[in-house]
Design a protein around this ligand. Structure first.
Ligand code: TNX
Length: 509
């Protein structure tokens, strides 16, 4: 395969630590076991996603009341996470405490961009090359500890060396069909961070609603923001709220990737600004149904459509610093479709960013530095891979979380897989079959998901499986081990107030 320079650069900046992601394997179940130290033995090291290597040693470390903390000056994300952890566990910071928790940045190339080492012995040492690596180490430490304050904590003596297989570990949330409040998104970001996920893709526009304030075109939210799928929530975000969310996510190691879906899925846009439709268009009202693929920007009016698209993108990019920007491109048949994708992608590039388009965009004539998001398992993506397009993998039979946790779950779709998408199915995906994959991304479409509890039920615990698919190489994963480790992490999900699906496979019925 020949990759263009741009594509190589993109892959290089996305692909983190594949080399550092080596290592030794855990025991057969993937669960590192604690040594038998008597009655109050430390719990086994149960971490999701499974680290590259976990070695436990005899002995354990007891911690009570306070720890001495050593922090590097320039690791704000890890520092914030550690302080939050200590607060949650009611552990004071006291330089004279017998147990020392030491976070250090070391310029060791073997650690890679996101890798870390975690040692528990006489004290606790977390080492990484970057703030993000240290943040991952803190998340692992957090999972080794209980989620709420206890009189005493016990950690098994161990060494963890870890790094992710893929740099893109994402979730796409459809806030367009049904709006999700900022407070929910904040909670959700915290939950994703616990599983070391790092991309939150917000599907900000669709036929049923437009969710981002665009100052130049206020009717987008006045009209499009007041609309939603039948039974769903309407609403929209101010640019200030989105900037707040971007910063909130950034502080937790997560990049928010915005999507404005074009040139189809645009009824909310057409209802707001009728001139974007062709003159013979007679349906210009907002839409609350479930159909897809019926609306399109009038591509034979380039003088109207392209300046509008450019102006919208300019405001989107000003709010979202993400290097990658999603411009949609799904489910539309129009003779000018390929030209539109080419021109919209070029605009994003001119603005210094990298476009993402749903798989269908592969028909457009673009350079390979455009990312494609694969969503149909059977789509012939091979030609695009041969051209060097990096892929975000979201095949619907594994990752469409609007499909049931089990076959026939009420209020779920089954168009992609009639048996639903049970957690074991999600877990079984092997991304390595796709040569140019940068990672995986699950998707929660919200035609049938209308409140926070329903979103929690569809996302959890399946999103934890997604995190492991993206983090841990296939050869090291095993479902039985995952089941055990997730079983042990249930109190952490409870402590976060997640209304998860009571998954029988995890013994959560
Ligand atoms: C397909 S995947 C869609 C969405 C729907 C979803 C429902 C994709 C790019 N388009 O518009 O919401 O199916 O499962």
């Amino acid at each position: 395969m020949k990759l263009s320079i741009a594509s190589k650069v993109l892959l290089a900046c996305l692909s983190v630590a594949a080399t550092a992601c080596s290592p030794s394997s855990p025991d057969a179940t993937g669960v590192a076991t604690a040594t038998d130290t008597g009655e109050a033995a430390a719990p086994p090291a149960r971490i999701v996603p499974l680290p590259a290597s976990v070695e436990t040693r005899p002995g354990e470390l007891a911690i009570a009341k306070a720890v001495a903390v050593e922090l590097p000056a320039d690791a704000p994300m890890a520092t914030r996470a550690l302080e939050e952890l200590l607060d949650t566990l009611a552990l004071a910071r006291d330089g004279a405490a017998p147990v020392r928790v030491r976070l250090a940045l070391e310029d060791d190339a073997a650690l890679g961009e996101e890798g870390y080492r975690l040692e528990v012995g006489e004290g606790v040492a977390l080492v990484a090359r970057t703030d993000i690596g240290l943040l991952h180490a803190v998340q692992s430490l957090r999972q080794l500890l209980p989620p709420t304050a206890q009189p005493e904590y016990r950690l098994p003596h161990l060494s963890i060396a870890d790094a992710p297989a893929y740099p893109w570990r994402g979730l796409s949330l459809d806030v367009a069909r049904s709006f999700m409040p900022v407070e929910y998104l904040e909670k959700h970001i915290d939950r994703m961070a616990m599983f070391k996920m790092n991309r939150l893709h917000l599907h900000l526009s669709d036929d049923q609603g437009w969710r981002m304030e665009i100052k130049r075109y206020p009717k987008l939210v006045e009209i499009g923001g007041a609309s939603a799928v039948k039974g769903g929530r309407s609403g929209w975000y101010t640019q200030e709220q989105l900037e707040h969310l971007v910063a909130y996510a950034q502080a937790r190691g997560i990049t928010i990737v915005p999507e404005i879906d074009m040139p189809g899925h645009v009824q909310a846009m057409l209802a707001s600004y009728n001139e974007l439709a062709c003159d013979d268009e007679d349906n210009l009202s907002t839409y609350d149904g479930l159909e897809v693929g019926f609306s399109v920007l009038c591509l034979s009016k380039p003088d109207v459509v392209y300046p509008f698209v450019r102006n919208v993108l300019e405001e989107v990019l000003a709010v979202f610093p993400s290097q990658q920007i999603h411009i949609g491109g799904d489910e539309i048949k129009d003779p000018l479709y390929g030209e539109f994708v080419g021109r919209a992608a070029a605009m994003v590039k001119e603005m210094g960013r990298t476009p993402i388009v749903w798989e269908e965009g592969s028909v457009a004539d673009t350079s390979p530095d455009m990312l494609l998001q694969l969503w149909n398992d059977g789509y012939d993506i091979a030609p695009a891979v041969a051209e060097g397009h990096p892929l975000i993998l979201s095949p619907c039979t594994y990752f469409y979380l609007d499909h049931g946790n089990y076959a026939g779950q009420p209020q779920t779709y089954d168009w992609c897989r009639k048996e639903g998408v049970p957690i074991a199915r999600t877990y079984s995906f092997d991304p390595s079959k796709f040569e140019t994959a940068v990672g995986v991304e699950a998707a929660l479409w919200t035609e049938l998901v209308h409140d926070d509890a329903a979103a929690d039920n569809r996302l959890w615990p399946r999103l934890a499986a997604v995190s492991e698919v993206a983090w841990t190489p296939m050869a090291q994963r095993d479902y039985a081990g995952f089941v055990q480790r997730m079983g042990a992490l249930r109190p952490h999900l409870d402590a976060q107030g997640i209304a998860y699906h009571p998954e029988p496979d995890l013994g959560w019925e």
